[in-house]
Each structure stands twice: as structure tokens, then as C-alpha cells.
Design a protein around this ligand. Sequence first.
Ligand SMILES: [Cu+2]
Length: 263
Amino acid sequence: MKAPVVALTAAALFGAASAAEAHFQLVYTPEVMLENPAEIPFKLVFGHPMENGHVMDMGMPEAFTVTFKGKTTDLKDTLKEITWKGAHNDAKAYETTYKVRRNGDYVFALTPAPYYEGSEDIFIQQIAKAYVNKGAMPTSWNEPLGLATEIVPLTKPYQTYAGGTFTGQLLADGKPVAGAECEIEYINPVIDMDGNAFAREASGPVPASAIVAITDPNGMFTFGIPRPGVWGFACLGSGPDKEHEGKELSQDAVLWINAGTLE
Ligand SMILES: [Cu+2]
């Protein structure tokens, strides 16, 4: 009779932890500024990257696209289900690869299936964007994609710096969203691309509570980037859809940026 007790304890722990930890929908590829044509790998994982907390099962995403010079290509059929090994548990995630050939900005956008969060009795859907550039030639990184909700970068997202800042504008149905809470995290554990895993030990510091910025009347927020790495912004509940299967839906906008050093 020991196993059920252990399972219950783990669930209780995760429930308690998820109140303090922020969920982030990862759209991760290790190299975001390419010099040469390359087939780049993507891992789509739903987790708690700063605390290296538990990972959550993803359903088949509603959409995964890449937009290059105004043309959007559907990549959903290329997605493969994988098992992602978190520091504390395993979860269903997805992977794919994409061939980058031409110079310019590639904007990847994921609309995941709504995720049921039992501890809050709500659904969460984090519509997430990530950027890759080839040839150091900017093309469209500062243009909105027209997603239900999205963060539009006003700082080049694949090339920001620790000690510098990042500014974004939060939109829903193309209009600025004022007063939204945006949680901010970085990916703390090392990502094992071949092993589909977060490293068990996360080396970086974890703040005592969530880092948060509130959007101004024009939907803008600015964040001073304290350390290099991959930083994520999750603006909560900004999307137009508020309900899924009769329950509350938090339709969030997520954006990933890459911060280096300039020394
Ligand atoms: Cu959580």
C-alpha cells in the first residue's frame, strides 16, 4: 500500500510548488544566430524552467508555424511526440527540425493544446514565440504575427545583452493590452538535446518570488536583463479566449529571447 501514498505526496508537492513557480511553454533551439544553412532542432516542452520544477504533459499542439519574410509555413505535421525528462518527473513533449537556408529572421510560433491545471481547476494555453536569424540580416523580428495574443519585441530578441534591457509590447487581437502581469524567467538547467532532458542540477540562482513586470497603457514593458541566457516572458491571461470546456482558460503570450555578453 506504499505506492499510492507516495503518489499522493508527490501530487501535493507539485500542487503546492506550482503556486509559487511560473509555467513556461518552451520553444527551444540551441543556436539562434546562424552563419550557415543548417537543419535546426526544436524541443517543445511545458515546464518550470527557472526553478527546474516539474514538467507537464503536452497534448498535440493546435499549431506550430514559422514565418519568414511575411510567409507563414505550417510545421505541425513535422512534430514528433517525445518523452521529456525533467529533474523531478517525465512528461509528453514534442520535437521537430527545420532547415534554415536563406538570410533573415525566422519567427516560430506555437499554439499548444490547452493544458488542464488540476491544482487551480483551470486550463492554460501559452502561445509562444521564438526567433532564429541567419546571416545577421534582420527582416521581420519586430512585426506582429497576428496571433490571438502575442508579445511583439521592440528589442532584437535573438541579440540582447546582460546589463541591457528588453522591451516588448503585449497584444491581443492586434491591440495593446494594458495592466497585464508578465512573469519573467530564464532557463536554468542545462538542456540535453540528445537525451530530451533537463539537467538534474540547475546551476543558476532562483529569486525568492516571481520576477514580474506590468504592461503600461500601451501594452509595453521593459526588463533589465541581469545575466546571459535564454529568458522568457509570459504575460498571463491576455488572450481573447477566456473559457475552455466550461472552465476558466488562461490564454497567455510567451516570448523567448537570447541574452549574451558584450565584454
Ligand atoms: Cu506550474
